[in-house]
Design a protein around this ligand. Sequence first.
Ligand code: ARG
Length: 386
Amino acid sequence: MVKKVVLSYSGGLDTSICIPLLRERYDYDKVITVTVDVGQSSSNLKEAEEKAAKLSDRHYTIDANEEFVHEYIFPLIKANGCYEGYVLGTAIARPLIAKKTVDVAKKEGADALAHGCTGKGNDQLRFEVVFRTTNLEVVAPMRDLDMTREGEIEYAREHDIPVPVTEAKPWSVDENIWSRSIEGGKLEDPAYVPPEEIFRWTASLEKAPDRAETVEIGFEKGIPISLNGKKLDGVALIKKLNEVGGKHGVGRTDIVEDRVLGLKTRENYEHPAATILLKAHRDLEQLVLTRPELKFKAMVDDVWAELAYHGLVDDPLMADLNAFIDKTQERVTGFVKVRLFKGNASVIARRSPNALRFEGSLDQKSAEGYAKFYGLQARIFKKRME
Ligand code: ARG
């Protein structure tokens, strides 16, 4: 019997060497590769396709841009999706990539599912929580074999696999329309200052223009729907903001994050559109939601982000939280102006038909009674201490 495995394939070094490894070390006869287009650069996709044509038995490229933006990024914007203060990027795309890989495995009648994640990171969990909803075998060659980067490069050369990374620049990059993350090599040392060359989407502060630029984003029910007065679909809007924001050096993050397994890891990210949209969205919420709503939603958002980071998007709690969040977003409609300048995105104006500003005339005198009771307990306490 022919044994088939479907591999979630990025075209990078790890997943590329997985192809011969699955044949040689695991005895699969056919390796089918799946690359899910979630907005990574076209050169990235092309590279994956070209390598797959050479290495795998059959290859699928699946365009999931629309679905990614509408079903994953939009809920993230509504939830102000940040984990430990950084914009969720890689985490949010993994469940969709895993689901599309499962779809191909079902269509192909495959015996197994494979991913190229190591045993140190979060992505193995995000993939497998989806893969294991099937009864198929799950294989993770990079985790099983625990190869060194040098060993991987050597194995790749032996198998005639083009190596995009070198010993001197061994960056591991993950990209989708929302975020680009760069890790590995010297970057693992939190004390190492990242070289400018790791950045692709954002200009350095030195190269950013000396003139500020303002963008106006229109929101409807928590979702961005227009840019500078022009209606735009989410995919186009995010691409445009990545371009404009990136030009001004907006959206770099360098943090040490707590991985699911508890490892502290240094990570670099670029996400211009995400920075702009999340700032604008959060600002608009501040104008239209009540103080108790804002306070409670911040807690809900925090739980949402942790579930998303952990890849637990199918936990029923996620849907419960989204139900609450969607209810709050019914009023998050309006416009926000953001000024981009030398790495900063600052909100400079906002308006909404649902703003909760009091606009009548205030009877200031009647606040006096409130002031008399205000802080009463503390005042009694203070007196007693005298
Ligand atoms: N640490 C991040 C996360 O778990 C990103 C990992 C992305 N991988 C990479 N090769 N840069 O979400």
